[in-house]
Design a protein around this ligand. Structure first.
Ligand SMILES: Cc1cc2nc3c(=O)[nH]c(=O)nc-3n(C[C@H](O)[C@H](O)[C@H](O)COP(=O)(O)OP(=O)(O)OC[C@H]3O[C@@H](n4cnc5c(N)ncnc54)[C@H](O)[C@@H]3O)c2cc1C
Length: 379
């Protein structure tokens, strides 16, 4: 007889995947000890042939996939309670935090390779070289599709620098934890957008200990969305803008999409026009500011070359203070230096919060089950 007192893949499938709340972070796939789930089109899929929602291990009481999921049921309040001892108030749009800074790497290579101030890369290199971490789950350019990206584990300076910079298609960095385990790593820095950095807290709050204990640091990236590869790289970059991807050196978003080529050209595209290519897994994501990271990082500074950094946890503060003391990064308080960047972050965070369904919508979607209507995007 199926057990009914625990949650399992069937619940996760109907409440998170079928409703459109799934971001494709892959925590469920990592946590599943029976290899029941695979990953297709940025979503978990059932690999057994008994039906989309049948899991014999779940019927026998396994609930690990639902426990690891950072969008299952009361995920946000459970993780908030665990990390901060209290739940975020609605007006705390960017989540709980201690201080917001503008920072940049002191090393020229991290500054050069990084998307903004190279702070994420500088901290990873420093952490690896000082034994605070033994690997980082990041994203690298894909070998298969030009300017697509995929999860990877990096363990040294050259690996970190090769993975620096931002790609705006989706890379499910938590999936690289599987590789980290194969490599025998036990102090991994998980880098990723909010949908991915809430994985650490979900795993700790619900005791998915085997995987939680492998994550040493959790670094978040501010994010309002990622794009489908066919939309961003094929339709917009190649078909509409005529960019040869062999000559593309950097992509950025600063109020508009910016494509930089090796001949020094900057080609822009309206963000509004690009909404049609938003990746479906982002349409319901409420977390712009990676609220459950130790430190979150974004590129909202009015001046280029700085990373807006939100220190949130005791661990984040410890990393931050040591990195400053050891000259890894240079830092100023964002509210003193660039209050407009902080205001913009709050505005963008407010927009993302509107995406999460109301209690009524969730109740209907969970019991029907049926798809939640996608929220229209606005600029
Ligand atoms: C999809 C996406 C959307 C973003 N949207 C915003 C935004 O709207 N506003 C904002 O202020 N900031 C946004 N950011 C964050 C910003 O682009 C920078 O990552 C951040 O400012 C840190 O800069 P840095 O120079 O310190 O990082 P770097 O030193 O360049 O390190 C960046 C890290 O991000 C990882 N990474 C790159 N691309 C991806 C990816 N697709 N998925 C997962 N990991 C990746 C790299 O492997 C690297 O470890 C976004 C980032 C991404 C990836």
């Amino acid at each position: 007889m199926p057990k009914t007192d625990t949650t399992q893949w069937r619940d996760l499938f109907h409440e998170v995947v079928a409703t459109g709340l799934c971001t494709g972070c892959t925590a469920c796939i990592v946590a599943c000890p029976f290899h029941v789930l695979g990953y297709e089109d940025n979503e978990p899929v059932q690999l057994q042939e008994d039906g989309v929602d049948v899991c014999t291990h779940g019927d026998r009481g396994c609930s690990l996939c639902t426990l690891a999921c950072p969008r299952f049921r009361e995920w946000e309040s459970e993780i908030d309670e665990l990390m901060f001892g209290q739940v975020r108030r609605p007006e705390e749009l960017i989540g709980k935090y201690r201080e917001i800074y503008l920072a940049r790497a002191t090393s020229p290579e991290a500054l050069m390779q990084g998307q903004d101030g190279g702070v994420v890369s500088a901290l990873l290199i420093w952490g690896l070289e000082n034994g605070m971490i033994d690997g980082a789950a990041t994203s690298v350019l894909s070998d298969e599709r030009q300017w697509d990206c995929e999860p990877a584990i990096v363990t040294d300076r050259s690996g970190v620098l090769a993975s620096a910079g931002s790609r705006y298609t989706y890379s499910a960095n938590p999936l690289a934890l599987l590789k980290a385990a194969e490599m025998g790593l036990s102090k991994v820095a998980l880098v990723g957008m909010g949908c991915q950095t809430s994985v650490t807290g979900a795993m700790e709050a619900r005791r998915v200990n085997k995987w939680r204990k492998k994550i040493a640091w959790t670094f978040g990236l501010l994010c309002s969305k990622s794009f489908t590869y066919d939309g961003l790289m094929v339709e917009i970059a190649q078909n509409e803008l005529g960019i040869d991807l062999d000559h593309l050196v950097r992509v950025n978003i600063k109020g508009k999409l910016l494509f930089y080529t090796d001949t020094g050209d900057e080609i822009t595209y309206s963000l509004k026009q690009s909404h049609r290519f938003t990746r479906p897994g982002c349409l319901r994501c409420p977390d712009f500011a990676a609220e459950h990271a130790d430190i979150s990082f974004g590129g909202l500074g009015q001046e280029g070359g700085w990373t807006l950094s939100i220190v949130r946890t005791d661990l984040g503060q410890e990393i931050w203070d040591r990195a400053i003391a050891e000259g890894v990064i240079e830092v100023t308080r964002a509210m003193d230096e660039d209050p407009k960047a902080v205001e913009l972050m709050f505005r963008l965070a407010e927009k993302s919060r509107e995406r999460w369904p109301s209690h009524e919508e969730l109740a209907t979607a969970g019991s029907t089950p049926g798809l939640l209507p996608p929220k229209p995007e606005t600029d």
